[in-house]
Design a protein around this ligand. Structure first.
Ligand code: FPP
Length: 249
């Protein structure tokens, strides 16, 4: 313990508290299904089941914000059958989960460009955001048709419009100004980004927001990622020394 603080010390630095905001790249659904001789969509359905379990675990583990990468701006390049199967799964999840999300205090938000999404899906997204807007136990953000570069480009476009209209002085623009135009403007930056399935890439996820996030890559395929494994990852996070560009004090 450090004298007077009651906080344990790991190695030379203090143990991190639970991350306030965890973001997850849920990878490996396809391989999980293929290993069982099943179509890829079978893996996505199993992945949706994991989403339920992990969302439920968050408040018990002290995680207030959870952001999950459900569909990237690049995922449209998958087969038509997989894309439409995923869109159907998202609609189904939203309809089936609405009641549980509302009653368990989950506030849901969506980030990403809605322009390419089916209008019935967008209507469901709007409805869920509205129905859960007074909830505050867990803030679940689902990235749908999301890409980090696309988000920064869309934010820049909106910022340029404000400059053009004379509402923002271009000389005053800094990182905070741009961040106000990002899809995530109401969210804290993620403390921890997890990627499952053994791949060690960012894949265009929360590029701006994860500047100082800790990354943990695990080999487990997303449909096998349990609450217990999340706890292990949080334990790993607690040993990390976060420096935010400074030197250790
Ligand atoms: C990546 O695995 C996963 C996706 C592109 C889709 C993620 C979607 C879910 C987990 C479904 C449920 C989500 C919600 C919000 C209900 P992959 O298909 O790239 O796997 P692979 O790398 O093994 O092929």
């Amino acid at each position: 313990m450090r004298a007077g603080t009651g906080k344990p010390i790991v190695g030379k630095h203090e143990e991190q508290a639970s991350p306030k905001h965890v973001a997850i790249i849920m990878d490996g659904n396809g391989r999980w299904a293929q290993a069982r001789g099943k179509p890829r969509l079978f893996g996505h359905h199993a992945g949706a089941q994991r989403v339920r379990e992990i969302v439920k675990a968050c408040p018990e583990l002290g995680v207030r914000y959870l952001t999950i990468f459900a569909f990237s701006t690049e995922n449209w390049k998958r087969t038509q059958a997989e894309v439409s199967g995923l869109m159907k799964l998202f609609r189904r999840y939203m309809m089936d989960e609405a009641r549980a999300l509302i009653s368990s205090g989950v506030r849901i938000r969506f980030i990403g460009d809605r322009i390419k999404l089916d209008e019935t899906l967008v209507a469901l997204m709007d409805e869920l955001e509205l129905l859960t807007c007074d909830n505050d136990v867990v803030h679940l953000t689902v990235a749908l048709n999301y890409g980090g570069r696309d988000e920064v480009a869309r934010a820049t476009k909106r910022l340029c419009r404000e400059v053009k209209a004379g509402r923002i002085d271009p000389e005053s623009v800094d990182g905070e100004t741009l961040a106000r135009f990002l899809d995530t403007y109401v969210l804290p930056d993620p403390d921890l980004v997890i990627r499952t399935s053994g791949e060690a890439r960012i894949s265009n996820f929360l590029l701006w927001q994860s500047a100082y996030s800790e990354y943990v890559f695990v080999d487990t395929l997303w449909p096998d990622f349990t609450r217990e494994e999340l706890e292990q990852v949080l334990a790993t996070f607690s040993t990390r020394e976060r420096r935010f560009g400074t030197v250790p004090g």
